[in-house]
Design a protein around this ligand. Structure first.
Ligand code: GTP
Ligand code: MG
Length: 628
């Protein structure tokens, strides 16, 4: 792998001159650049190291109006050469470029103080101090600071030597390859497109991920169709395999009008064309902020979505957001980007792509802080398996290239439990004829679409697959076109182990004096409505109102405690609240229930034992989990 080093720094501080002194290559290739003596667009150079390997350089402009071009270069580098002129010292774009690189997560670099032939020793010490302080506030803290003059050649060899160390550090840090299955795939973000007489279309860029072989088929993203890498060139020489590193590709099957800077050529299925990104930002931005998104070699206008479910705060200073783009970008989970505010000169915010197709519709309900945290942690750890699981958990259901429609476990459990329940109810109702497969399937598909965002036919496919799985697991039995429960003992109600576990979980969650809202507890426990009804019917829980239910044993203990207190003195809500360590909302519901059942009776002074109070109160249970 060839490490790509980018320049950075204020205009005229000597970036291009330093590269020329190091490599002999003038990265200012455009006539206008040469005439004006300034870099306008990104330029390239390379250096053969003593050990036979090579380094690639991307040279960027320092002009303040050309930050967009600077970011085309900075979006695809592994390390930076930060250039500061000794006479001038750090200036506006020194700081800005450093902020942008920091936001992009760049951690490897060398600072080079140039033009030392123009200053005395004291000034050099002063500028060195200023540069070290600047680096200190960024991820580049502690990077080497060298001093050179391209006029008398002082320090150039030391920079070359330091570049070897920089390369090794960059190789040791995580690759900037796409996450997931794509890490062995190739990905080239186009930075230049031109036509060569007799050859046709050529694109250049930094190749990431796996190497690219001649005649490989690649997709342009965004874009349609496919192109073939007819010929590959690295550092001006034709090669059979290229990269990772700077690469020129002669394309067959490509249309010049459809390829431009910013488009990604890839064989990685994880790279998608998208108008919407779910991202982690390094700092929160207000909802609807207008931003310019710079990702790879692309840049696009967009707006921040940080309202409601999209305003999740992440650990550290991070914040989740949705980025809505004016035109699509090619991106994959794990991609780094920077946002510049479209208006004003606000601070730079960086980010990492978590999902290129964020949840839509009903599945957005699943976008909870816990799930987003989990996805962010997995993507940032570059753990492809954990990221795929976290994404499935976030969406609840996903169309998978190889597995059809995949359901999150909790969704599959709820639908399976409902299905089994339906078969139980049906058997109890009709006794004989089991329901038709089609009816069961459509009921399951309907429930699925109320839980997660799925197209109608995808829900049908998922329901069929679920029934297959239940049949394979022996939880249901297919009899021709009908479905029945496995015939165990006809006298006993058939059981469903997954539902039973969910019911147990819910019962436990409600075994405290101040239980969570019933719907929340049921969702956490993965217990569907049928399970709640069954718990209530069998007397395992007591449901006081729509959102308040207790485990039966807990409620009996509370009842005994209330009666005990009421026997001593008229019981007020405040007394019961203090005695149970809960809040008013709980005790009001309890007192109303006891009043209704005649256990207590309401008087002016408070509740007293009612007509149906047991003569001898059961002792208040000593321990109610969660009580006090
Ligand atoms: N005396 C002296 N002049 C230098 C040195 N390095 C660069 N220069 C001069 O500084 C001027 C700017 O150098 P460039 O290399 O074009 O600067 P740059 O950082 O690439 O500028 P932009 O690309 O426009 O941002 C040129 O006239 C160089 O000859 C040096 O070490 N000593
Ligand atoms: Mg330059």
């Amino acid at each position: 792998m060839t490490v790509v080093v980018g320049t950075a720094g204020h205009i005229d501080h000597g970036k291009t001159a330093l590269l020329r002194a190091l490599t002999g290559i003038d990265a200012d290739r455009l006539p206008e650049e040469r005439r004006r003596g300034m870099t306008i667009d990104v330029g390239y150079a390379h250096l053969a190291l003593p050990d036979g390997t090579e380094l690639d350089f991307v040279d960027v402009p320092g002009h303040d109006r050309l930050v967009g071009n600077m970011l085309v270069g900075a979006g695809e580098i592994d390390a930076v050469l930060l250039v500061v002129a000794a006479d001038d010292g750090p200036r506006a774009q020194t700081v800005e470029h450093l902020e942008l690189l920091d936001a992009l997560g760049l951690r490897q670099g060398i600072a080079v103080i140039t033009k030392i032939d123009l200053v005395d020793a004291a000034r050099l010490v002063e500028v060195r101090g200023a540069v070290e302080r600047l680096l200190g506030g960024t991820g580049l803290a502690g990077s080497p600071v060298l001093a050179v003059s391209v006029v008398d050649g002082r320090g150039i060899d030391a920079v070359r030597a330091a570049l070897v160390g920089l390369r090794d550090r960059a190789l040791g840090s995580p690759p900037a390859a796409p996450l997931g299955t794509g890490s062995a795939r190739s990905r080239l973000a186009i930075d230049r497109v031109f036509t060569v007489k007799g050859r046709g279309l050529v694109v250049t860029g930094t190749l990431r991920g796996g190497p690219l072989a001649r005649n490989a088929i690649l997709r342009p993203v965004p874009g349609d169709g496919e192109v073939r890498a007819r010929e590959l060139q690295v550092h001006g020489r034709a090669v059979e395999r290229a990269g990772p590193g700077r690469t020129a590709v002669n394309l067959a099957g490509a249309d010049a009008s459809e390829l431009h800077r910013g488009i990604v050529l890839t064989d990685d299925p994880d790279v998608s064309s998208t108008y919407r990104l779910l991202v982690r930002l390094t700092a929160p931005l207000p909802d609807r902020s207008r931003v310019r998104v710079h990702l790879g070699t692309a840049s696009e206008d967009g707006a921040i979505g940080r309202a409601g479910r999209d305003a999740v705060e992440l650990p550290g200073s991070g914040a989740m957001a949705i980025v809505r783009l004016v035109a699509p970008l090619g991106a994959a989970p794990g991609d780094r980007f920077v946002l510049r505010r479209a208006t004003g000169v606000d601070r730079v915010v960086g980010g990492i792509v978590l999902d290129v197709a964020p949840p839509r519709g009903i599945s957005r309900r699943r976008q909870t802080p816990a799930r987003v945290h989990r996805l962010a942690a997995a993507v940032e750890a570059r753990d492809a398996v954990a990221a795929a699981n976290a994404r499935l958990d976030l969406h609840g259901a996903l169309a998978d290239r190889s597995h059809g429609i995949v359901l999150a476990d909790d969704v599959a459990d709820v639908v399976a439990a409902d299905l089994v329940r339906a078969l139980v109810a049906d058997r109890t109702a009709t006794g004989e004829e089991p329901p038709g497969l089609a009816a069961v399937r459509s009921r399951a598909a309907g429930l699925l679409r109320r839980l997660v965002t799925l197209r109608r036919d995808d829900a049908g496919t998922a329901a069929s697959a679920l029934i297959e799985r239940l049949a394979a697991d022996g939880r249901v039995v297919r009899v021709g076109k009908r479905l029945r429960l496995p015939g165990t003992d006809p006298g006993l109600p058939p059981t469903d182990p997954a539902l039973d576990r969910a019911m147990d979980r819910l019962e436990r969650a409600l075994a405290m004096a101040g239980p969570p809202a019933l719907s929340d507890a049921a969702r956490t426990a993965g217990c569907p409505t049928v399970g709640i009804r069954e718990l209530e019917r069998s007397g395992r829980i007591v449901v006081l109102d729509r959102e308040l239910a207790y485990a039966a044993s807990t409620y009996r203990a509370l009842e005994a405690q209330a009666l005990d207190l009421a026997k001593r003195a008229p019981l007020t809500p405040a007394t019961l609240r203090d005695a149970t360590g809960t809040s008013r909302k709980y005790v009001i519901a309890i007192l109303a229930d006891l009043d209704r059942r005649g256990i207590l009776r309401r008087t002016e002074a408070g509740h007293v034992p009612g007509p149906r109070a047991p003569a001898v109160a059961e002792p208040a249970a000593a321990a109610i989990p969660g009580d006090r």
